[in-house]
Design a protein around this ligand. Sequence first.
Ligand code: ZN
Length: 340
Amino acid sequence: MRAVRFHRQGPPDVLQIDELPSPEPGPGEVRLDIKAAGVNHLDIWVRRTLPRIPVPRIPGADAAGVVGAVGEGVTDRQIGDRVLLNPGISCGACVRCVQGEASLCSSYGIYGESCDGTYVEQKIVPASQCFPLPPQWSFAQGAAFPLVALTAWRMLVVRGRVQPGETILILGAAAGVGVLCIQIAKLAGLRVIATASTEAKRALCEELGADHVLDYTQPGWQKEVRRLTGDGADVCVDYVGEATWRDSIRLTRPGGRIVTCGATTGQDPSADLSHIFFRQLSILGSTMGSRADLEAALLAASRGQLRPVIDRTLPLTEAAQAHQLIEDRAVAGKLVLSLE
Ligand SMILES: [Zn+2]
């Protein structure tokens, strides 16, 4: 079977196709025959810079496919089931896991980062990691949804506790997580101010329901946020990091909250402590989410309230090209690798 791996960290062209033996599931496991793998920004970090990544490594956190074989004792999944993969892995036994808070487990990991990932034709996973693929979805849609939906749901609903009528500012909103944040915020009854850099990305934000869409490459967009909100947004979503942190702090109202789940442009912005304490801001960290968060997002999706947004689908052999497109920020929504 084919897999995309890198044998050393580096630029996109370190990704290569390798031939590997077909794996067999053990007790409690299934063999997922992957038909589509989602590409996330996480995959870029793992390939490029993340420390302590053993090589060779198969990147990829998201996948959808068909159960191809079941191990001993598996009763809730059958050969032929169309499923998508929960990208988060936890011990299942510690107090936080038992409380349903898997993403707070001290051994929490993500496929592709903590172990081999999903850019591969067949993968052995615990049966419990597989969720039914919504029947109306293609495999590509199934692979474009879990990581970003889980992340966005937890950020807004669980950590941000967004309320109807509030205003949310979403920076770089056409990114994979952002397109889910817009949809969840609208579903929760918020007014959405989104920022995006290109005409196509802004059109996508509008199509997803954003009330105001601003071009952050143009000077003065911050003034427009102030005009729309008075003293700032109730909630601000920032996964951009260094490039936007100063704006996030200044464009959130006194007593408001900033939710962060990433730092694509750098992790060490000015702390701006005087703004944080004087204006009584809450800074809320969020990472991935629990099984219940993914189930809630999938339930909303099954009712047509949330949908995956796919920029384009490329064959598995073009994984390097997919990574380059993400590094060039030439993607609105998600890129998916097809293995069909
Ligand atoms: Zn645990």
